[in-house]
Design a protein around this ligand. Structure first.
Ligand SMILES: Cc1cc2nc3c(=O)[nH]c(=O)nc-3n(C[C@H](O)[C@H](O)[C@H](O)COP(=O)(O)OP(=O)(O)OC[C@H]3O[C@@H](n4cnc5c(N)ncnc54)[C@H](O)[C@@H]3O)c2cc1C
Length: 481
């Protein structure tokens, strides 16, 4: 198989890249499972856009403030400025954001935003609507059940990938490869992510000596329903607190104000730590309370949450729902420049949650990530289309691999890894806990394990190493002695 462009991932970043590549190019989009099994599909709250030129400065300020000023300012400027074009482009191509009775776009506000600038669709089903829109507009071939387990890299250039297609090993060559494989959710015991998001490509990059940056910056979402048996825990969108839902304990006490004067509207890391600490110190349950909402309004604004929780036995908005923080978003990732080019490797790009342009700094502002996927996908594609076409080469890659899918005790080791990452590399970290995690990961790496576990362990090591290097707390990285 040989293509002009190969895209790894069919979420917002991969599909918006595909949408912007002309039909004259031979393009293949691959994804691990069914295409809608990705984080994009599960996004609820919305996608940010600068409202107009005058709003860019405020959006940038909100983003860098949330990011603890660790952001790459140039990337944030690009994000906000380009949003005016990408939002218009999506609407013109048929994306249906929610509107009022007169046809005006509806905007909402989430924590950390100084004004209402978040578009949403289907009430609380923005990701589902966006994914459908992107799939419908993708003019290129999309191949499911394709699991990438290696990048073909020789002399500082990428030539494509090795993948299992329906469990058969296949080599796919491409002039340019775009990584759009999402974050690292499956590394954590409690996480809100799709099961397909398991840090494989990050792990390959570690193996190849490609830089991952800001890997200590892992974001936890404060309001997640974790009492379900499934790996993916159910998120209760930030927009609920934005609209006025409150966080209470068993006694109905709104304890968040004891931690931060912004209460429910403090940034995610602050609210996550407050809930985590309050639970630990008081042994009390913590809940999201919707009783202030009118029933009809709530059910129209949050139809999916209402339905999902109804099937679990909760009547919303009357019942309060028990919550806990859970891993949510990888701020750190594969280091790239502002065109998505991976540092040090020709013909390799990274976009979306897999990458790190520095746009989110030390803490991502709510609803900036769908936008990031769109904006940097557009830039990577422009770069690919703007450069001179290189001659095609097909070097032979005959490396031997360990058993790829599972091996021996892999399942048990993966479970143990998720526990350690949650307990020792989670919301509140200590040097001792990080060193413990480092040793356990090192020990597992030296066992007889399969390829996919090896890749997860590589990524976990990168997170631990970065966390150990940053001795002071910053943004989502919170470390105590
Ligand atoms: C529950 C939830 C709610 C969210 N709500 C919002 C929100 O309201 N607003 C917002 O801005 N952000 C939100 N986010 C974050 C946002 O959804 C993600 O950051 C964004 O969708 C990531 O898009 P992506 O294209 O980078 O990756 P994804 O959408 O996760 O897609 C990853 C793709 O890569 C493929 N892949 C992975 N590994 C491999 C491999 N080895 N081989 C082949 N394919 C592979 C997967 O199959 C998948 O197709 C939310 C996230 C979650 C989990």
């Amino acid at each position: 198989m040989r293509y002009d462009v190969l895209i790894i991932g069919a979420g917002v970043a991969g599909l918006y890249s595909a949408m912007n590549l002309p039909k004259s190019k031979s393009v293949l989009v691959v994804c691990k499972d069914i295409p809608w099994e990705c984080n994009t599909f599960y996004a609820q709250g919305g996608v940010v856009t600068a409202l107009d030129r005058d709003d860019i400065e405020a959006h940038v300020e909100d983003t860098v403030k949330a990011g603890a000023f660790h952001n790459r300012r140039e990337a944030v400027d690009i994000l906000s400025r380009t949003s005016l074009d990408t939002t218009r482009d999506m609407i013109e191509r048929g994306m249906n954001f929610d509107r009022d009775g007169d046809g005006n776009l509806l905007y909402t506000k989430e924590a950390g935003h100084s004004r209402e600038r978040i578009l949403h669709a289907g009430g609380d089903a923005t990701g589902r609507y966006m994914h459908y829109f992107l799939m419908s507009n993708n003019p290129h071939k999309l191949q499911r059940n394709t699991l990438v387990y290696d990048l073909l890299i020789e002399d500082g250039r990428c030539y494509g990938v090795k993948a299992l297609v329906n469990y058969e090993p296949v080599t796919i060559y491409a002039k340019d490869t775009i990584i759009a494989s999402g974050g690292v959710g499956s590394l954590y015991q409690y996480n809100t992510n799709s099961r397909t998001v398991s840090a494989d490509i990050h792990g390959i990059c570690v193996e190849k000596g490609i830089t991952l940056s800001d890997m200590e910056m892992m974001q936890f979402h404060p309001t997640v329903f974790v009492d379900s048996p499934f790996a993916r825990k159910l998120l209760l969108t930030e927009a609920l607190r934005g609209e006025g839902a409150s966080v209470v304990d068993d006694d109905g006490y709104r304890f968040l104000f004891d931690y931060d004067k912004r209460g429910e509207l403090a940034t995610r890391d602050v609210v996550s730590r407050a809930i985590f600490t309050h639970k630990k110190e008081t042994n009390k349950g913590v809940y999201l309370d919707f009783s202030m909402f009118k029933r009809d309004w709530f059910r129209e604004r949050f139809p999916n949450i209402t339905k999902t929780f109804h099937s679990l036995g909760y009547r919303l908005p009357e019942d309060r729902v028990p919550i806990s923080p859970a891993f949510h978003y990888a701020i750190g990732g594969i280091k790239s420049d502002l065109d998505g080019k991976v540092e040090g490797i020709e013909n390799l790009y990274v976009v979306g949650e897999a990458g790190n342009t520095g746009v989110h700094g030390a803490n991502r502002l709510a609803s900036n990530s769908l936008l990031e996927g769109v904006v940097f996908a557009k830039r990577a594609v422009s770069h690919i289309l703007g450069k001179e076409s290189s001659k095609f080469k097909k070097p032979i890659f005959d490396k031997e691999y360990k058993k790829i899918i599972h091996h021996g005790k892999d399942r048990e080791y993966k479970r143990r890894l998720r526990e350690i990452m949650w307990e020792d590399v989670g919301i509140i970290r200590t040097k001792r806990g990080l060193l413990k995690a480092k040793n356990i990961i090192y020990d597992m790496k030296n066992r007889d394990i399969g390829r996919l576990l090896e890749l997860r362990l590589n990524t976990a090591s990168a997170i631990v190493e970065s966390a150990l290097k940053r001795e002071e707390s910053l943004g989502t990285h919170y470390i105590i002695s």
